[in-house]
Design a protein around this ligand. Sequence first.
Ligand SMILES: Cc1cc2nc3c(=O)[nH]c(=O)nc-3n(C[C@H](O)[C@H](O)[C@H](O)COP(=O)(O)OP(=O)(O)OC[C@H]3O[C@@H](n4cnc5c(N)ncnc54)[C@H](O)[C@@H]3O)c2cc1C
Length: 305
Amino acid sequence: MTELRAKLTSIWEGDVLWERPMAEYSTIRVGGPAAALVEPASLAELLRLVRGLRQHGLPWLVVGGGSNILVADQGFAGVVVLLGRALATISGPVAAGDGQLVTVEAGCSLAKLVAWGAERGLSGLEFAAGIPGSVGGAVVMNAGAWGGEMAERIVAVTVIDRQGESADLAREAIPFGYRSWGLGDHIVASATLAFTRGERQAIEATCRELARRRRETQPLGLPSAGSFFKNPPGLAAGRLIEQANLKGQRIGGAMVSEKHANFLVNVGGATARDFLDLMRLVQERVAQAYGVQLEPEVRIIGVPE
Ligand SMILES: Cc1cc2nc3c(=O)[nH]c(=O)nc-3n(C[C@H](O)[C@H](O)[C@H](O)COP(=O)(O)OP(=O)(O)OC[C@H]3O[C@@H](n4cnc5c(N)ncnc54)[C@H](O)[C@@H]3O)c2cc1C
């Protein structure tokens, strides 16, 4: 820890939060301390930081809005680079062919981008209304809902690799898949998205309607990381979990939601261990009943293999 502290302070002049519980930075509200947490406010700062972390061999991890992570109770023995508030400028729109291009930095909240677009009569991200987290996290997770996903809107992404080199990648160079962008070890610094011109009122009405449907079907009053498991091809994870009679199943403070079986919710005082035990129980029961192995969509951080 003292070695990490000395190395980090030799490369980073900004504020550092030491030993902060990751429960504070994840919507599921569990997770032990990160050794250090820093928040770069510009691309130049981010590049300098990544190069320094690499040079000193310090372990690090990017966290955006923390709405799709589950950090172990023992925490993360490295540097968390937070890209969920700063580095959030939106620029554009710029007309290009039939489209309107908007470039947005990774730390901007997806909700803010959706609202910003709607106000300007820019259509295309309505599906994302109500998805929490940052734009960077949404690109990495290829976040989607109601038949839409980020990959359909992305024109280019500025990335930083583990060496601290930045590059502009066209959409075609990114192997997007279901809830994945396929470039595991890169950082999203910003993304350019294509919108189309629409009517502000109509866009806002669609967003409101989709948000209403979410409130009706999802347990939004309790901490969670959204859908815990990926949908197996052609199947709905929530339906399999419900049919295995697991709604309401509880371990410690972690429970399979009664409202939506693919949401594992924190009903109070849960630990990461509670969620991991519940995750395994759900996986075992669904495998026994249907021969289907559910894979977590949530990114699990800091758990030894
Ligand atoms: C109530 C609720 C509803 C949800 N509904 C949906 C939904 O409808 N559809 C859907 O797809 N998801 C949904 N989610 C999950 C989650 O909101 C999305 O996956 C979201 O896009 C994650 O963004 P984030 O910034 O919170 O990512 P984080 O949780 O911070 O990080 C997720 C992963 O991305 C990496 N990451 C984050 N930012 C960057 C970056 N800039 N560069 C490189 N790596 C990065 C992290 O290291 C981690 O591996 C929901 C979650 C909740 C809590």
